[in-house]
Design a protein around this ligand. Structure first.
Ligand code: SUG
Length: 416
């Protein structure tokens, strides 16, 4: 067994659009009504995957879900002409943000030493609550080997579960037992708290985690109110490092104490509000970065371009890498099309610690397959979508055909 962290990025779907469906997601609501560029969006996502492959990281992908979701509209008795909001939901490409696909507990953390996955029910947002059945079908295919993976059903409603976006793991090495941290929100603020404590606790129980190595921490209500609708907008962890904004947690000192108690090797990198305000952290997605262990053992931070363009954030990053903290390299990527809907580099990936040899190889990326995917996207993905065209039958046919072309190229007809 060669346990490695594999990042499974969501390929941006051909219906990618800006319909402003996520209350509390400031980028998505600010761009509501803008014309989107699905082809450019998918190529940006693919370029990020290639960038990470070139760094020597293991890379996989998940496919866009079937959109428009006609069954969803039929079950609601909705017609495109009259139900604009529901139609937009049925067209959403939101499954691209695979950090919300599932919560994953690697084998070394679980009682039966298998990797446990629970698809997120995403019940808080109607356009996202339709994702899990198709996501689960895909996870069942990719992680089919019962000797290594257990796929649970989603947590039943109304306990809101948003998956890995509200889950962090600290460990000495990915293949060693780690400490899993579940971060939940409490209702009552101006925006929904999408991850519920009871859902987090249920996932931890079902995954067979050791209570001594499992923590439940409350997200700062002020962070949710500032637009951090998922904790991964204000904090990210990898190996021994926790990179967090000072205002991420409701009671930061208590949170750090509890984490240190469970994981004394913690290397904490806390960004003070005086260096980067909560608003600037949310605007630039500094913490929605991929914190990765590079093949030479160094820790790298894959950040959105927006961080480099921000005076405050780039000054902080320069100070950080000049010092002798654990994060040594900053690697910017352009995912602007996704960012405009509130999805940064970390939203676009689901981390699974596994031996690549036990994953269905059709979901693993190499350079040849990246070129194949690029060709399909360039040929078939719509160049742009005006929100006024959502519901249009010709466009729907193009979107459906584009996804089928990709399934065909990747020999993934089971997802059809
Ligand atoms: O759920 N945006 C997504 C962004 C998810 C980001 N994921 C993480 N932080 N891990 C969301 O809010 C916008 C879609 C629209 O408005 O059409 C959207 O769903």
């Amino acid at each position: 067994m060669r346990l490695t962290e594999i990042n499974f990025d969501g390929i941006v779907g051909p219906s990618h659009n800006y319909a402003g469906l996520s209350l509390g997601n400031l980028a998505a609501t600010a761009h509501s009504g803008d014309v989107s560029h699905p082809r450019a969006a998918a190529l940006q996502g693919l370029a990020k995957m290639r960038h990470n492959l070139a760094l020597g990281l293991a890379q996989g992908f998940l496919l866009p879900l079937p959109r428009p979701n006609g069954e969803y509209l039929a079950r609601l008795g909705a017609e495109p002409a009259t139900a604009r909001g529901l139609t937009a939901a049925a067209w959403s490409a939101s499954a691209m943000w695979t950090a919300n696909a599932a919560t994953v507990s690697p084998a070394p953390d679980t009682a039966d030493q298998r990797c446990h996955l629970t698809p997120a029910n995403l019940v808080t947002m109607p356009h996202r609550a339709q994702e899990w059945p198709d996501t689960a079908r895909q996870l069942a295919l990719a992680f089919a080997d019962p000797a290594h993976f257990i796929l649970h059903p989603p947590i039943p409603p109304s306990f809101g579960d948003e998956g890995a976006a509200n889950h962090m793991r600290l460990c000495d090495g990915h293949a060693q037992a780690g400490v899993e941290i579940f971060v939940y929100g409490r209702a009552g603020g101006p925006f929904p708290a999408r991850q519920h404590e009871q859902a987090s606790r249920a996932v931890a129980r079902l995954h067979g985690l050791d209570p001594r190595r499992t923590l439940f921490i409350e997200q700062n209500p002020a962070a949710i109110a500032a637009g951090a609708f998922h904790n991964d907008v204000v904090a990210v962890a990898n190996a021994r490092v926790l990179f967090t904004h000072a205002e991420a947690f409701a009671e930061p000192d208590r949170a750090y104490l509890a984490i240190r108690e469970a994981f004394p090797q913690l290397e904490l990198v806390e960004v003070p509000s005086s260096a980067v305000s909560l608003a600037e952290a949310v605007r630039t997605y500094l913490f929605n970065a991929q914190l990765v262990t590079l093949p030479d053992g160094e820790t790298g931070l894959i950040v959105p371009m927006e961080c480099i363009e921000s005076a405050a954030v780039s000054a902080w990053l320069a100070r950080m890498t000049d010092g002798n903290g654990p994060i040594r390299r900053v690697l910017p990527v352009d995912v602007r099309q996704s960012m405009a809907n509130g999805g940064g580099p970390a939203c676009l990936r689901l981390r699974v610690v596994a031996d690549p040899a036990v994953v269905d190889p059709r979901f693993l990326l190499n350079e040849a397959k990246a070129a194949l995917i690029e060709g399909v996207i360039a040929r078939t993905w719509p160049e742009q979508i005006d929100p006024a065209d959502i519901g249009n039958e010709t466009l729907a046919a193009d979107v459906i055909a584009a996804r089928y072309a990709l399934l065909d190229a990747l020999d993934l007809h089971e997802l059809g």
